[in-house]
Design a protein around this ligand. Sequence first.
Ligand SMILES: [Zn+2]
Length: 163
Amino acid sequence: MKPLSEQEIRAAFVNCTKGQAKRLSIPRDLAERPWDDLDFLGWRDPQARERAYLVTELDGRPKALALRCPSPAPWQPRRGMCSVCLTTHTGGVSLMVAPKAGKAGQQGNSVGIYLCGDLSCSLYVRGRKDAGAGGRLPEAMTLDEKIHRTVTNVAAFVTNVIT
Ligand SMILES: [Zn+2]
């Protein structure tokens, strides 16, 4: 994706107030992020581990989401698969919940998704980050197809939050 500035990211939030978007933590090392290899940029809030954020492009425009990661319930399986990049991690997949944008969000509606806990899906797909033994299943797909699937999954989630 195209590199984004802190200001562009703050302006792209769709599911929190303008005040929250102004105050939330944006990574300081934006210039060093591997943008060419990112389908979305995701990060955990260093001040509040139960918060995470992601920004991606939808129809050529940046859209950012504020997410909450509720602590996993004890009965939840320890090994899970990310629903965006289909990487399996032991204890490393988090349920992330996004309040819906606009009125639906004010009424308490939200959308949940299982995501790599470090939000590094793009890097796992490209083999730039190691998911450990059995993390990536062999698939009869080219890298481009896997990237396309990741982009499609993220776009579907963001669309779900917006509409
Ligand atoms: Zn993932």
